[in-house]
Ligand binder design. Structure first.
Ligand code: UTP
Length: 292
């Protein structure tokens, strides 16, 4: 029997974004643009490409720009039409009626808590999670990260997380998997630990911000206490599901940029600008000039 399809995606966007202050004092981190699309737009586009229809945003105070971004911008669109301007530059920013939902996480108690806040809308079906500050870019002609995960999920079912390999010295900033049997891009997950000291890390394969989880995780989160950094950690809840349900990691065939960090954000901006046919050559010339 094929596993239940993934129809819903949760986007936790209620964090404080302290690493980007003062930029994020009044603008949500997820609305910072990489070239001309906000981070959250890249994540929603990736979800759509994977066939996901319903977008659930876990927001907080000061995040209303995200709701406006996916709504109709009546005055803007009317004025642009009257002036004969091309509305296609807005791209697929409108989410259809009933295809998006917003829930509030009243206090930023951690990623696990943010996901738990979406439990009533997720209901009793498997769902995807996107951390929008992890920007996953498909190879030219390839598919996005979530599409690769959904394809793997249709084979193995259960829970899936995306991973990538980093130098061992960096693992203590991330969630890390203990790997079991490997089959191509798919690795069995036998354990998970959040921000381990380097000496105790079970591998250098780190979680990279995309998940497909079974709804039982909500019941685990309900009982979950605080973990690393005093926050309710999604990684700790997932760790408890290992052994109860199938659990696999997918190594993404594509590029990942950690846009939660300033250098990662600059790297993403450069990489995307350089890859764009409308500006790549100009940006390359500027970069070479600056490096002289
Ligand atoms: P981060 O760990 O990057 O935290 O969250 P942050 O608050 O956004 O940023 P810094 O570390 O202060 O700079 C990863 C994702 O999880 C969401 C964030 O909005 C981000 O998309 N998140 C985090 C929540 O929704 N709620 C939380 O309590 C924590």
């Amino acid at each position: 029997m094929s596993p239940k399809p993934i129809r819903k995606a949760v986007f936790p966007v209620a964090g404080l974004g302290t690493r980007f202050l003062p930029a994020t004092k009044a603008v949500p981190k997820e609305m910072l643009p990489v070239v001309d699309r906000p981070l959250i737009q890249y994540a929603v586009d990736e979800a759509r490409e994977a066939g996901i229809e319903q977008m659930i945003f876990v927001t907080g105070r000061g995040k209303s720009a995200i709701e406006d971004h996916f709504d109709i911008a009546f005055e803007l669109e009317k004025t642009m039409s009257e002036r004969g301007k091309d509305l296609s530059v807005l791209g697929p920013t409108r989410l259809g009626p009933g295809n998006c939902a917003y829930v509030r996480q009243q206090e930023p108690l951690g990623l696990g808590h943010a996901i738990w806040c979406a439990r009533a809308i997720v209901g009793d079906e498997p769902f995807a999670i996107f951390l929008p500050d992890e920007l996953m870019v498909a190879r030219e002609g390839g598919t996005g990260c979530m599409k690769q995960m959904v394809d793997a999920y249709s084979e193995v079912g259960g829970n899936l997380i995306s991973v990538l390999e980093v130098p061992m010295a960096q693992v203590s900033s991330y969630g890390v998997i203990a790997p079991g049997a490997q089959d191509g891009a798919l690795t069995e997950v036998t354990g998970l630990v959040e921000k381990p000291p380097v000496a105790e890390a079970p591998s250098n394969k780190i979680l990279s911000g995309r998940y497909i989880l079974q709804p039982e995780v909500m019941r685990v989160l309900e009982r979950q206490g605080k973990g690393a950094g005093g926050e309710i950690q999604l990684t700790d809840a997932m760790a408890q599901m290992i052994g109860q349900q199938p659990f696999h990691a997918v190594t993404f065939d594509g590029a990942r940029y950690d846009c939660g960090s300033k250098t990662g954000f600059v790297e993403a901006t450069l990489a995307i600008a350089l890859s764009r046919p409308d500006m790549g050559d100009a940006v390359r010339a500027i970069a070479l000039d600056l490096l002289k």
